[in-house]
Design a binder for this molecule. Structure first.
Ligand code: SF4
Ligand code: SF4
Length: 317
């Protein structure tokens, strides 16, 4: 069996070293635990016959694999010269080096009440075609976040689920989680992602100077307010859901900053500044949304109303 990897999570918590990527409904559900933000990253565009190599694993990209990457880009990502991911995620001080939901015994506090789908997908990557997930697992095996956890093993192993083999996802629950995360990313792109992308196109995506702020292999984080404004315009109910979310977030940001001030760490200061920036953006969004909708106002896309309202309420899970 070639390119086979097995996986058994012992819930050691090692890879829970930062807040995860989360959809807007997931952030709404856990509004008192995670500060939400938008993360913008570059996704490398793959070329035919390009060689991908991780340790002893090597793959020369075929036409079918390029087509699979293109499908992912067309449905989950955004193109403006380069390809970009625009996702919402939790935000916290890197000095804490942990997800806010991680308990001291290594367990996840929200495991039974809507754990983010991203965490169910671990250790796979929804932005990589299924046929190449063995390279993802080989890479994770070498990464610091998984070092010593021994949860990813090459080949078939007793007591571990066969995760991938011969270019297929073998584990049914992993396959299901991957499908749900991809569906969620596609929904996010439709519900608010395209609007935010277009609003940033000129000043960020088409400006080489501004794009230099997107770190290689990392993310530029910005306030989540543009995503909220994109969905709040759909209906009065969406607007109220966003206003309620903003109030919870303002209170959470205040608590996070108060705890950081008690820690008195110099390296926390840039992140306190960023959180204060998020709070200001929330206040501006709140002022925009506080203007009452007049009786004659209605959504420009009435067909979207039930879908987006149900989406934000988390009724799609
Ligand atoms: S490092 Fe591995 S064993 Fe530990 S929580 Fe993450 S996936 Fe599970
Ligand atoms: S939400 Fe739970 S599983 Fe996901 S990173 Fe946080 S602690 Fe880990």
């Amino acid at each position: 069996m070639v390119n086979a990897f097995s996986f058994a999570c012992s819930a050691c918590g090692k890879c829970c070293n930062s807040p995860p990527a989360m959809s807007l409904p997931e952030l709404f559900r856990h509004r008192d635990l995670f500060v939400g933000c938008i993360a913008i990253g570059r996704v490398p565009r793959r070329r035919l016959h390009e060689k991908l190599r991780v340790g002893k694993h090597e793959n020369i990209l075929s036409g079918a694999e390029i087509a699979a990457f293109d499908t992912i880009a067309d449905t989950l990502l955004h193109r403006a010269g380069d390809t970009f991911s625009i996702t919402t995620q939790g935000y916290d001080y890197p000095s804490l080096a942990r997800c806010p939901a991680l308990e001291d015994d290594g367990r996840c506090a929200i495991h039974f009440e809507g754990k983010p789908v991203t965490c169910e997908v671990v250790p796979l990557d929804p932005l990589v075609p299924d046929a190449l997930q063995h390279l993802v697992l080989a890479g994770r095996n070498q990464s610091a976040a998984y070092l010593g956890a021994d949860c990813i093993q090459e080949g078939e192993r007793t007591g571990a689920a066969l995760m991938v083999a011969e270019g297929r996802i073998e584990d049914a629950s992993a396959k299901d989680a991957l499908a749900r995360r991809r569906a969620s990313l596609a929904a996010e792109r439709e519900v608010w992602g395209k609007t935010v992308f277009e609003s940033l196109r000129k000043d960020l995506f088409e400006s080489p100077a501004a794009l230099a702020r997107v770190p290689a292999g990392g993310f530029l984080t910005i306030s989540i307010a543009p995503a909220l404004l994109a969905v709040a315009g759909v209906s009065a109910r969406c607007r109220q859901l966003c206003l309620d979310y903003i109030d919870s977030q303002l209170a959470l940001i205040e608590r996070c900053i108060a705890q950081a001030l008690l820690r008195r760490r110099l390296d926390d200061r840039p992140f306190t500044r960023e959180l204060r920036g998020f709070a200001s953006a929330y206040q501006r969004a709140k002022a925009i949304l506080a203007v009452p909708v007049s009786a004659g106002d209605s959504s420009s896309q009435p067909s979207r109303v039930p879908y987006v309202e149900a989406y934000l309420s988390g009724a799609d899970r």
